[in-house]
Design a binder for this molecule. Structure first.
Ligand code: BJW
Length: 266
């Protein structure tokens, strides 16, 4: 399996790496469908990630996102993110399409990932959509001592009042795409175009159940690209994958890069 995948990767001219929450799991970021733990355990992420939840309880939803932003700010890219950047260094026509709202691909060295579901670091006004400053609070009391630059802690499970927009006074919301909202049209069309012209798509750490993002590997398969999936579990994408590499991204991706080019990320 690894040999077939590495050969296809070495020969590919145009590659898309399509990532989901699983690639950040080994950086300590829970996947979206992991049961929430600690003081967040009684909430369902699929219910919090909605405009309805923000309207009903903005402090609960803003507190959850600020807690997650703090967790991400303290996390480091793992060997999986580094391997993706290593592929980019070897394949000139390579596009990263991510559903993740963390910034670990960029911090690992990927140059311009296409973000389908927004970012934890791009809050905007819920009324007029003007970009808002990222609050300076970035630490959590549950994750140990504050990191350098932290101002004050965001305890797990805590409601936080969202800031208000400097222009119109509306509530500031996370700059992410919630269920029922449209994906950024430019990002979606760039991702579909890249998938339609690639000769290899690597789907990493995604359950493949959230649409329209889950169409990206389907588009690549329809255009006869080789689809390689990296995931410890079976997923909805098994039906389009030519090769399934079962295992954690931080182990399998460096192995794949080494097998393809004889060396890998440190
Ligand atoms: C590892 C690992 C390791 C673990 N290494 N792997 C067509 C059919 C049916 C429904 C719809 C449809 N079109 C639209 C919809 C509705 C909806 C939808 O798809 N619902 C489904 C749940 C059924 N889609 C939408 O609402 C989208 N909007 C839209 O389409 O607008 C128009 C419209 C609206 C309504 C009706 C019709 C049309 C918007 C979707 C926005 C998704 N946003 C979220 C939240 C972002 C902010 C936040 O993070 O809080 O994005 S939801 C969540 O899911 C998040 C993720 O990006 C996304 C995908 O999840 P992902 O990344 O796959 O994570 P998991 O947790 O699901 O899976 C982790 C995987 O990792 C697992 O497979 C593990 O095994 C694996 N793993 N450890 C590698 N170490």
């Amino acid at each position: 399996m690894l040999e077939r995948a590495s050969e296809a990767l070495r020969e590919a001219q145009r590659v898309v790496v399509f990532t989901g929450a699983g690639i950040s799991a080994e950086s300590g970021i829970p996947t979206f469908r992991d049961a929430m733990t600690g003081l967040w355990a009684r909430y369902d992420p699929a219910e919090l990630a909605t405009p309805q939840a923000f309207r009903a309880d903005p402090e609960l939803v803003w507190g959850w996102y600020e807690w997650r932003r703090a967790l991400v700010s303290r996390a480091q890219p793992n060997a999986g993110h580094l391997a993706v950047a290593a592929i980019e260094a070897r394949v000139p026509d390579m596009v990263v399409v991510t559903q993740n709202v963390d910034d670990l691909h960029e911090r690992a060295g990927s140059s311009a990932p296409i973000r389908l579901h927004g970012s934890l670091f791009a809050p905007r006004c819920s009324a007029c959509a003007a970009p808002a400053p990222v609050p300076s609070v970035v630490s959590t009391t549950s994750a140990g001592a504050p990191a350098a630059g932290d101002v004050e802690p965001v305890p797990e499970g805590q409601r936080l009042a969202p800031p208000t927009c400097a222009g119109c006074g509306g509530l500031v919301r996370p700059g992410v795409v919630w269920f029922g909202e449209s994906l950024p049209a430019d990002a979606l069309s760039a991702a579909v175009e890249a998938a339609a012209r690639c000769d290899l798509l690597l789907a990493v750490g995604t359950s493949g159940v959230v649409y329209p993002a889950a169409e990206i590997p389907e588009v690549a398969a329809r255009h006869k690209a080789t689809v390689i999936q990296v995931n410890p579990q079976p997923t909805a994408l098994d039906r389009v994958a030519d090769v399934n590499l079962r295992g954690p991204a931080a182990v399998v991706l460096p192995e794949l890069v080494r097998a393809a080019w004889g060396d890998g990320p440190a």
